[in-house]
Design a protein. Structure first.
Length: 122
């Protein structure tokens, strides 16, 4: 058993990452939250609270398809931060599929018209 210095809870050793064979640092849950906070701040200049405000403002759904994101063991935050790659300005939160689509179309704007033409032809 080890006490997490962040949440102050006494937890089983399996709830910690190991370093040199011993449970180390913060519990896995607190470590993920800290990592997410650091990542949001470093990559987008967002706090976790600002991300949560964006999420709430969008009704907890993707800004494009209006579908909720998904949560699995690896991805706690269901929607991705969409941003302008030149200015780094945050635009909205998108699901994985829409984020990928915007990335492709943003780099190849002629594809929008070509896709529309393809769909209307078929």
């Amino acid at each position: 058993m080890k006490r997490c210095p962040t949440c102050k809870e006494e937890k089983d050793d399996r709830d910690f990452y190991f370093f040199k064979g011993k449970p180390h640092g913060h519990c896995k849950k607190c470590h993920r939250i800290h990592s997410r906070k650091s990542s949001l701040k470093r990559e987008y200049g967002l706090t976790l609270e600002a991300y949560d405000d964006l999420l709430k403002g969008q009704g907890y759904v993707c800004a494009i398809c209006k579908q909720p994101g998904h949560t699995n063991n690896r991805q706690k935050y269901p929607l991705y931060v969409d941003h302008n790659h030149e200015t780094n300005e945050v635009r909205a939160l998108l699901c994985s599929m829409c984020n990928t689509l915007v990335g492709w179309l943003e780099n190849n704007p002629q594809l929008v018209a070509q896709c529309e033409q393809y769909i209307s032809d078929h």
